[in-house]
Design a protein around this ligand. Sequence first.
Ligand code: 5GP
Ligand code: ZN
Length: 114
Amino acid sequence: MSDCLFCKIIAGEIPSKKVYEDELVYAFEDIAPTAPVHFLVIPKQHISKLSDVTEENSAVIAHIYEVIAKIAKENEAMKDGYRVVSNCGESAGQSVFHIHFHVLAGRPLTWPAG
Ligand code: 5GP
Ligand code: ZN
């Protein structure tokens, strides 16, 4: 998707601070962090949002959760717990339409989120 911000980040056309990368996914620091740990995990394949996940493309979503667990094991600031959030649709707060999973940690996180 040539006009997608996160596809441009994956392509290196827009700089980002890499947290993790493999053949399927890319993880990078959020530009406006809301917690001491706040990074985004995205599939390299363009999927717009959570409601576009299907039987055909869901394997990468499972892989994203494996990657998050792996990163968490190696990050001291995530040892007491972390939150994973994917906003689906504008009403839910989604502003970038390339599916992404926020990973938040490093401070007490209240629930339910506002
Ligand atoms: P959403 O609002 O769609 O759930 O989350 C989008 C996230 O992307 C926001 O937390 C926002 O700070 C982050 N973001 C937006 N533009 C950029 C960018 O150019 N670089 C990085 N690293 N993060 C971005
Ligand atoms: Zn994209």
